[in-house]
Design a protein around this ligand. Structure first.
Ligand SMILES: Cc1ncc(COP(=O)(O)O)c(C=O)c1O
Length: 392
């Protein structure tokens, strides 16, 4: 069928959203041969077999119907159990909604908590969805810079300075995309206290909580401001389940009540057999063994890429202790913007990296490298970069 030419009346709201600036880079790369992409933000591992088998079994057993909007009770129990076992945090299953990934969880939080006249503080740089979520919620956006000298942690003093009567929410994301930074207890505590003192929400997006290296630990913000914290979390990274669209949110009862109203009419519920597989992911020892293995491999690659980058001319990496990204500073002498550099690298080394400005203004002068790519590819990409940069 061909659509006739006609005038379409579209809601202006959607124009508030900016499509990713890096699409052009990917489009250009897709037309070139032999390109290695270090731009990918998803695990290259396959979902552990034990989880796949659980989903197949669930379909055969008839988990093909609607479930309660908030999710299958046993699955929500398993999520609560997980917080108890890993972090000694007591969460009531009634405070959990199973969502279509962390994307949905953050969207629900923005829509339920913010409106015109409210401000949200979003780090700069930050993962791309928060700013777009804020725009659709018509909230005012303030960016708090993350600085290298603070190891890309939010500076509590700077945060206090930014808070006004309009401030409703702070977004946090540790281990961090794009910097690979992790949180420390002192900062977590200080931010928790600020959130309580000024009564602002913390929306904390924690999908990389298991990818930690060099002894780094995870400090879930719910521990430090339990009444103010909304968690967005996901199975996407931990269990290499990006395509399954499985995540959850944890929030205080009043907040959950509002979030579920929206969730019920947009998603209804996450696929029932996917939720059943989620129970296996959390409770079966074999899925955790797979997570440990992924973590070990990521760490090997992280060290490998850092080793190359530390010797490479014109680039200086920040040493990350979390997630699967490396945030790399471009030498000022090169006189190239992040976008120019990414473009230059694609042309001259056939390697894709993400310009730091995709994550905010503070990303100028930086690029993000993902090591969620096979070792051989990483080595090849590093050698090509080394060769290209040595010629400058
Ligand atoms: C920080 C962060 N939050 C959320 C997401 C979205 O994850 P999900 O697949 O759970 O929706 C991503 C994906 O890259 C991410 O990096």
């Amino acid at each position: 069928m061909r659509y006739r030419k006609r005038k379409y009346f579209l809601a202006g709201r959607i124009n508030l959203i900016q499509r990713s600036k890096i699409r052009e880079l990917f489009e250009k790369a897709s037309k070139m041969e032999g390109v290695i992409s270090l731009g990918i933000g998803e695990p290259d591992f396959d979902t552990p077999d034990v989880i796949k088998e659980a989903a197949k079994r669930a379909i055969d057993e008839g988990y093909t119907h609607y479930t309660p909007n908030a999710g299958i009770p046993e699955f929500r129990e398993a999520i609560a159990e997980y917080y108890r076992e890993f972090y000694r945090i007591s969460v009531d299953p009634s405070n959990i909604i199973v969502t279509a990934g962390a994307y949905e969880a953050t969207y629900l939080a923005f829509q339920s908590l913010l409106e015109q006249g409210d401000d949200v503080i979003i780090p700069d740089p930050a993962f791309v969805c928060y700013v777009e979520d804020a725009k659709i919620a018509e909230a005012g956006i303030l960016r708090i810079p993350l600085r290298e000298e603070n190891k890309f942690r939010i500076d509590p003093d700077e945060l206090v300075e930014m808070i006004t009567k309009r401030t409703r929410m702070l977004v946090m994301n540790y281990p961090n995309n794009p910097t690979g930074a992790t949180l420390d207890k002192k900062t977590a505590k200080a931010i928790g206290e600020i959130a309580e003192d000024y009564n602002i929400y913390i929306l904390t997006d924690e999908p990389y909580e298991h990818f930690l290296y060099e002894g780094a630990k995870h400090y879930p913000m719910i521990k430090y401001a339990p009444d103010n914290t909304i968690i967005a979390n996901s199975f996407s990274k931990t269990f290499a389940m990006t395509g399954w669209r499985l995540g959850f949110t944890i929030a205080p009862a009043q907040v959950i009540r509002d979030m579920i109203k929206l969730h019920a009419y947009v998603i209804g519920n996450v696929a029932s057999f996917v939720q059943i597989a989620g129970i296996t992911a959390l409770r079966d020892r074999r899925s955790w063994e797979a997570v440990e293995n992924m973590k070990r491999v990521y760490d090997e690659r992280r060290r490998l890429v850092l080793k190359y980058l530390s010797k490479m001319p014109h680039l200086t990496p920040f040493r990350p202790k979390g997630a699967f990204y490396i945030w790399v500073k471009i030498d000022r002498e090169l006189d190239m913007s992040s976008e120019d550099f990414a473009d230059w690298l694609l042309e001259n080394a056939r390697v894709v990296v993400i310009p730091g400005t995709a994550f905010g203004k503070q990303g100028e002068g930086w690029v993000r490298i993902s090591y969620a790519t096979k070792k051989e590819q990483l080595i090849e990409a590093m050698e090509r970069m080394q060769a290209a940069l040595s010629k400058i």
